[in-house]
Design a protein around this ligand. Structure first.
Ligand code: AVJ
Length: 317
């Protein structure tokens, strides 16, 4: 039974759970990343309005030597949600000057992992793991030699997809796979003017709207459903109190949708929404507090000023 097959069942269960919620209907954002979704996300990272990726690229280009100088010898590197790995090149290029690079990219998207292996394969030994973040991390932790240090990369502010308590729980779960002294490089998008955030998630070109709608296309294809994408509209909100961007799909009309593999018939009233993603934004002091609660201490951090974003080097205490 391949990972993809088991996913369908899990996918069906999670879609059913999200669309039968009493208050706000939801869909899990990790299902954005089928091959079309991964390609659309790559396009998002090129958009003028979406400054996150370029901000982190600037940080890694400028500081990967300083980062490498802080790393213990003979470590292995793993990355949660590596995507195509383009940002990681800066770090691995510096690392291979002083050791053989051993890198485990972990991602739910096989398409992204294939690109990552192509992108970074010339820099050392690359072992892609197509699985969930924590299962992959446990796998890597089991494979390392006794006492061999580990660097985990969790870039791009994907931690922002977790609500604040869940983010601490997730970091705690990571901590439990580690040994004291292991390092985590955590990418966090920082709070900034609302109009800048709204433009980043609702670009005038419509790429993010397509990325969002593609989730319904995936459900139609993989779960035998009949969503009419033209009857849904991409909608973005910013919740100032929760410091988060929310992406929604809004129903234009009253409609009934059948999702056969989830054994579900669900109706939508006009203007009702499905929340498909929450992207939390951080203040520097909140990141340090979150890290402390999860058993990490902040070693150092690098901040991009042009598009406020921070890469935080955390040590497992
Ligand atoms: C990959 C989760 C970091 O939150 O900015 C981009 C995903 N969603 N545009 C983000 C995303 C809409 C992205 N992360």
């Amino acid at each position: 039974m391949t990972f993809a097959r088991t996913l369908d069942n899990l996918f069906a269960r999670e879609v059913r759970a999200g669309l039968t919620r009493p208050e706000q209907k939801t869909l899990p954002c990790r299902y954005f990343y089928d091959s079309v979704g991964s390609a659309l996300f790559e396009a998002i990272t090129q958009l003028a309005e979406y400054g996150l990726t370029r901000a982190e690229e600037r940080i890694l280009k400028a500081h990967s030597q300083a980062l490498t100088d802080r790393l213990p010898r003979n470590l292995i590197v793993t990355e949660l949600g590596s995507g195509s790995g383009t940002k990681t090149r800066a770090i691995l290029e510096k690392l291979r000057r002083r050791q053989i690079v051993v890198y485990y990219p972990i991602d739910v998207s096989g398409a992204a992992l294939a690109k990552c292996k192509l992108e970074l394969g010339s820099l050392g030994a690359v072992f892609p793991l197509e699985t969930s973040y924590l299962d992959g991390l446990r796998e890597v932790s089991n494979r390392r030699a006794a006492g061999q240090p580990l660097l985990i990369l969790f870039l791009g502010s994907t931690i922002g997809n977790f609500a604040s308590d869940a983010a601490v729980d997730f970091l705690l779960a990571i901590r439990q796979c580690l040994q004291p002294g292991d390092l985590l490089l955590l990418g966090t998008d920082l709070v900034k003017p609302i109009e800048k955030l709204l433009a980043a998630y609702d670009d005038p070109t419509g790429v993010t709207a397509a990325f969002n709608l593609n989730l319904l296309a995936r459900i139609n294809r993989d779960l035998d459903a009949d969503f009419d994408l033209r009857q849904f509209e991409h909608l973005v909100r910013y919740d100032e109190e929760a410091q988060r961007i929310e992406m929604h799909l809004k129903s234009r009309v009253y409609q009934i949708v059948s999702i056969h593999q989830a054994d579900l018939i669900v109706d939508f009233v006009p203007n009702e929404t499905i929340c498909t993603e929450a992207c939390h934004k951080f203040r520097l002091e909140q990141i340090e507090e979150m890290a402390r609660e999860a058993g990490f201490c902040l070693e150092t951090r690098w901040v991009d000023r042009e598009w406020p974003f921070a890469d935080n080097l955390l040590r497992a205490a």
